[in-house]
Ligand binder design. Structure first.
Ligand code: CA2
Length: 165
């Protein structure tokens, strides 16, 4: 199973500033931890961070046919970007949106997520551990989809069943 981890603007600054809000782990440390647990479960992660909206959209589009799901923290674009929401909807992949802080405990302008409407679910407020929670949820969703597809493929059509007499 392959999953794209997409990180939005300023998340490359984690661990350097605003530690009281986002904690002291750097993005590289978060990714290394996430990779550790993914490796143990045979999951391949592809990491990407950009400060540019268009690059994030390009990365989302590249996910089509190349990965099974998306774990994304759109950062400030969460609250502004119809374009990222559209891209997520267009690729139509299982997607979990993660926020390190609890966006509902913060300024009013952070309390609305435009991108959440394009996500399967949202994890917010659990610090960097939220990425692990998101990954567990995402792998579960993808496995369930895969199992449902397998079941459908192996199901004997009713008509065929009736014509064996
Ligand atoms: O809580 C989150 O994960 C956010 O997505 C983080 C975004 C913020 O705009 C969202 O409202 C909530 C900001 C990421 C910026 O990270 C920084 C890290 C260190 C120093 C400055 C910014």
């Amino acid at each position: 199973m392959k999953i794209a981890v997409i990180q939005g603007p300023n998340l490359n600054m984690l661990g350097m500033r605003e530690k009281h809000i986002y904690g002291s782990m750097t993005l590289d440390q978060i990714h290394a931890q996430l990779k550790g647990s993914a490796d143990q479960n045979g999951i391949e992660l592809e990491f990407f961070q950009s400060n540019l909206e268009g690059e994030i959209i390009d990365r989302i589009q590249e996910c089509m046919g190349t990965v099974h799901g998306i774990l994304i923290n759109p950062a400030a674009y969460t609250h502004t970007s119809i374009a990222i929401a559209d891209a997520l909807k267009a690729v139509s992949l299982p997607t979990v949106e993660v926020h390190i802080s609890n966006i509902y405990h913060r300024e009013e302008f952070r309390q609305k997520s435009i991108t959440a409407s394009a996500s399967t679910g949202v994890v917010t407020g659990f610090g960097p551990f939220g990425y692990h929670m998101g990954l567990i949820a995402l792998t579960q969703i993808i496995s369930e989809m895969f199992n449902a597809q397998q079941q459908q493929a192996s199901a004997v059509p009713v008509e065929e069943e009736n014509t064996t007499e």
